[in-house]
Ligand binder design. Structure first.
Ligand SMILES: Nc1nc2c(c(=O)[nH]1)N[C@H]1C(S)=C(S)[C@@H](COP(=O)(O)O)O[C@H]1N2
Ligand SMILES: [Mo]
Length: 541
């Protein structure tokens, strides 16, 4: 840390000025007090991290406050953040938090220097906020308070001691003949530097001990997935449209879009995982991971889509999922008459409301998935178990890190996003996208290959049409259809000789398997998915 070098430059010159102005608080002392505040906060967070590694990683104060913030911000702010920063939104949040924490910590240091106890009062206040955030997290117990309590206690003691020394140093400097043995500011700075080293050491030790993440990673790499009792049919030849630059038919796990409210990816050791099925059921059921793996597995390809996807956006991906049909698990619990919804909950407090019928219909193919494209689920996609329900947006169906299924009624329970203004149900709307050419591309005269994807999960894509400027809609060529629950690629050979050089607009629309043409009416993603035709502007040279 560079913390010792800059403020330490002050003592010699300012000492003389200080003698001429007795009684006035030297500003250099304020700077040191601010630094002491920041370093004490660092110590508090470092100690808290260390304790959290032993108690529960999610109980670390910064994570707890950040997550509490994510769960409580008004939806418009969250939507704006996602729009502005995309999947970096969490990084931006953590960066902003670091800045705010540093400012508040500096304030606490200055306050303590100004009046004994004033800074400590702030420490107690911030500590209380951290404790509140930690103990109200999903799955939290009283021990979740420990990291914040211990961290802030140690940080508060450090703040008090360092500021007292600073006060003594200032008093000594104010006297013309300092008593022997009274501390100098330089000594206070040196001590502060040592506290900073201690803070870094505590944080590093906490990281090293943060074994939950490592045991989940280790368990994942040790996991051998069972072979499916019902394998997916092979991918038909010709699912690709042959247009270079089109999104690949199957999305590699590393490129699969990721949307969730988790500030850190939950790390679940499958040995401790279980799924509880309860609520309006004849029999409560609890299934361990081992039991789940022993059940007959189904493999199927499903295109997942996020309700937040804008027209033409990339929040959709196609994967081969391996899992246990939800229908079989619910059958064991025997839902009661009158139930019409299953609220699935994750270990981190997210929940989704899925129509019971979509889960009990064995033909629908809803899965408790453990595998994604031939591998165990990646941690960030829900390891060890998530739901996948064809035809429903992720926010009402695709619960990652799922641990609980409550059979209930739409009238009696409300899911995470529904309480934030999104709809309770979310069937995926027919959509189509132009991948090639990209917007604002310069294309050479002649025949231009236009290509993209279209999806209408559970209904299938029957036709795709392309429109150039305000011309007639032209049939695009459809690549082979895999299934009704997957997207379908299309292509269109655009003969530019019929149009002049200069800017032109390409537009696309799909017709689903029921014959319904995708609506051109523009709708924003909230509350139940965007609509409208995707268009790109290109320039013919
Ligand atoms: N636990 C949890 N599961 C979740 C979410 C979440 O925030 N938390 N987001 C949902 C949403 S909105 C979508 S679109 C899908 C995205 O899944 P993916 O990240 O694997 O693409 O996960 C769903 N499952
Ligand atoms: Mo989503």
């Amino acid at each position: 840390m560079a913390t010792t070098s800059s403020p330490a430059a002050t003592p010699v010159g300012s000492d003389q000025r200080r003698r001429r102005l007795p009684g006035r608080r030297p500003s250099a002392s304020t700077g040191v007090a601010a630094l002491v505040g920041v370093v004490s906060a660092g110590l508090a967070l470092g100690v808290a991290q260390l304790v959290a590694a032993l108690v529960r990683p999610e109980a670390a104060p910064v994570l707890a406050i950040g997550s509490a913030f994510i769960d409580r911000v008004p939806p418009w702010l969250k939507d704006t953040a996602v729009r502005l920063f995309g999947t970096s939104d969490k990084l931006v949040l953590l960066g902003s938090m670091a800045l705010v924490i540093a400012l508040l910590a500096a304030l606490a240091g200055v306050a303590e220097r100004w009046r004994r106890g004033a800074g400590l009062a702030l420490v107690v206040l911030f500590g209380a906020v951290a404790v509140g955030a930690a103990v109200t997290r999903a799955g939290a117990g009283p021990f979740d308070a420990a990291p914040s309590v211990l961290g802030f206690a140690v940080g508060g003691v450090a703040l008090r001691l360092l500021v007292e020394r600073l006060r003594a140093a200032d008093a000594a400097a104010d006297r013309d003949t300092p008593e022997a043995g009274s501390p100098t500011r330089r000594a206070v700075l040196a001590l502060t530097a040592w506290v900073a080293v201690g803070a870094a050491a505590a944080a590093a030790a906490g990281r090293a001990l943060g074994s939950a993440a490592r045991s989940a990673v280790a368990a994942r790499s040790a996991l051998r997935l069972p072979a499916p009792a019902t394998p997916a049919s092979p991918v038909p030849a010709g699912v690709s449209n042959g247009v270079a630059g089109t999104t690949p038919y199957l999305t590699p796990n590393a490129d699969f879009y990721r949307i969730d409210t988790a500030l850190t990816v939950p790390s679940i050791d499958p040995a401790t995982w279980s799924l509880r099925v309860h609520g309006l059921v004849e029999e409560e059921v609890e299934i361990s991971f081992e039991e789940l793996l022993a059940m007959p597995m189904t493999e199927e390809r499903v295109t997942l889509t996020c309700v937040s996807n804008e027209v033409g956006g990339g929040l959709a991906g196609n994967a081969t999922w391996l899992g246990v049909p939800v229908a079989g698990v619910l059958e064991r619990a025997r839902p009661q008459a009158g139930a019409d919804m299953v609220l699935s909950r994750s270990s981190d407090g997210f929940s989704a409301s899925t129509p019971l019928g979509a889960l009990t219909d064995p033909g629908r193919g809803a899965l408790l998935a453990v595998g994604m494209n031939g591998e165990p689920l990646p941690l960030e996609h829900g390891f060890p178990v998530r739901m996948v329900v064809p035809g429903l947006y992720g926010f009402v169906s695709a619960t990652k890190w799922v641990v609980d299924l409550e059979v209930t009624r739409f009238a009696d329970a409300t899911a995470y996003w529904t309480t934030r203004g999104w709809s309770a149900e979310g069937p995926i709307k027919t959509a189509s996208r132009i991948d090639v050419p990209k917007g604002f591309a310069q294309v050479a005269r002649g025949t231009v290959a236009v290509g993209g994807v279209a999806w209408a999960q559970t209904r299938g894509v029957r036709a795709v049409e392309v429109q150039v400027d305000d011309g007639p809609w032209q049939q695009a060529a459809l690549a082979a259809e895999d299934g009704l629950d997957t997207w379908r690629q299309w292509s269109y050979a655009w003969d530019t000789s019929s149009v002049g050089a200069g800017p032109h607009t390409l537009r696309v629309r799909a017709t689903d398997g029921t014959g319904q043409v995708q609506t051109g009416e523009r709708a924003a993603p909230a509350p139940d998915g965007s609509t409208g035709w995707h268009s790109v502007s290109v320039t013919v040279q």
